[in-house]
Design a protein. Sequence first.
Length: 278
Amino acid sequence: MTTFKVNGSPFVLLSIWVLLLLPHTSLSQNTTFLPNAYAHNDYWHKRPLFDALDNGFTYVEADVYLRKGQLVVAHMLPVLQPSRTLDKLYLNPLSDHFKNDSMGMNYPRITLMIDIKSDPEKTYQALADLLHRYESLLSYYENGTLYKRAVTIVITGHKPVRTIKSLDCRYVFIDEDLIQMAKEKNPANLFPIASCRYGRILSRNSEETLSKEEKQNLCRYVQIAHQNGKIVRLWASPENTKVWKELLSCGVDLINTNKLVELKTFLLNRYPDFAKTN
């Protein structure tokens, strides 16, 4: 087997190939980013966070359980895996990426959607304790003023709305129910995103095109959200380009997907004006 020496130490060429095959564990310096791209259940991908950001996504979602004092990332009630915690999969890598850019001036700002799956109050308290370590990185709201930084945390799922709403200074925001949003007047500095299941507004039979009535209904909700300074997301939507086109034509801001490459290709080919460069 061929070998070479570095500083007198022998290395086998095979080890080079092993290193090349190791999973990528640093964020790419991607110059194209997609403000409309939302990585649903991001942790299912081979490289959580990294695959999404390498494809230009600016919104990533992680489901979280409070388990044995740790925030574990999983879709179902997990068996504790030390490597699958929120800080190890998301917060630490983001902190490293924005180490010298906490304001998000050199790289695209990221929104991390945290879907709380366990008790909302207990899980949020554990999250708040964890986020203290990353405060210099995070957008926050204090005494009536919103301060934008590199990473914005938005809570969805089981949301402790009253607790978060009562805070004078907070480092998290809330994903509002799109249907309720049309009835209430909650501020965008607390609820920057309004979401709901695709099937609550549109028929599940609408897997390619929307009827005139469906479009009018969706556009009405989108218009109300935009008038209130909020962006819109429909989750559990059909994963195909025809539906994506229909949603964008109605003004839906975030396309929710598990198909990272397909959505990136669709947006760059069909909607290049939606892509931005840093």
